[in-house]
Design a protein around this ligand. Structure first.
Ligand code: ZN
Length: 258
């Protein structure tokens, strides 16, 4: 059989697809290493067992497949009928026998990947709507999937770590989280913080300080320092290990991400 390849030739998109596929492989590896009887244990997502995480990641692939189908056909198919239905679907799938749950997750991922491969250049640009109501080009499904598979691989709590993430992923995740905070909370609502990754050249201001155009903190800002991976883990709500505050105070809890 000839090797299947992506229809798109856009180098930016192909790089994004590679990162999503690496993330899927990372998630699958962390899941495959877990025996069935360990799926009932809690995950790092509050209130969710590992089963819930696996169910959610599988159902997320199905939901994103609905968006790619929307882009390919022009027939509007939302990710989820409603937030309640989304949650009920996760609760139900989490109760499936382990093998069925694993199959759901694996098959949904393959289906999404096939959809991506076959999407035309034109369809990649077609507008679709996310579960949060944002209108984005279908190409955004690649990043939406990327952040799910990498971060939830850590949530399985089976040795996955932000320290394993490629640097480009860490930087994009952190920018994504801070961007989401700004959109939801506004410039005055976000915490008055500057994130200073010790292993990067530039700081990431959370609030818009008057004098941070060059990436250095203004005097009134509290800086949080740690590796970029540690700061990103903190920002996504997965704990403040490795992060310290410049004023010597406690590290604050981050706002919700998604
Ligand atoms: Zn998720």
């Amino acid at each position: 059989m000839p090797a299947r390849t992506d229809k798109t030739t856009d180098p930016h998109l192909l790089a994004g697809l590679l990162l999503a596929r690496r993330g899927q492989a990372y998630f699958s590896r962390k899941l495959n290493e877990l025996r069935n009887d360990r799926l009932d244990a809690p995950s790092l997502v509050e209130g969710w067992t590992r089963r819930h995480v696996v169910a959610h990641v599988g159902l997320n692939a199905r939901a994103l497949t609905r968006l790619t189908e929307w882009a390919a056909t022009g027939v509007e198919t939302p990710m989820y009928a409603s937030p309640t239905e989304r949650d009920q679907e996760i609760e139900f799938a989490a109760t499936l026998p382990a093998r069925a749950l694993r199959n759901l997750c694996a098959h949904a991922a393959v289906h999404l990947d096939v959809e991506w491969r076959d999407l035309s250049e034109e369809a990649w640009h077609a507008p679709v709507r996310t579960a949060l109501g944002r209108v984005v080009p279908a190409s955004e499904t690649v990043w939406m999937r990327t952040r799910e598979v990498w971060v939830h691989a850590v949530d399985l709590e089976n040795g996955g770590s932000f320290d394993d993430f490629p640097a480009e992923l860490v930087d994009r995740l952190l920018a994504d989280v801070v961007g989401a905070w700004r959109r939801r909370l506004g410039p005055d609502g976000v915490p008055q913080l500057v994130l200073e990754p010790v292993d990067r050249e530039r700081a990431v201001p959370v609030a818009e300080f008057g004098t941070v155009a060059d990436g250095t903190a203004s005097p009134e800002a509290v800086a949080l320092r740690g590796t970029a991976a540690d700061l990103t883990r903190w920002a996504t709500g997965r704990g403040g290990a490795g992060v310290v505050a410049s004023n010597g105070g406690p590290v604050p809890a981050p706002p919700r991400w998604l």
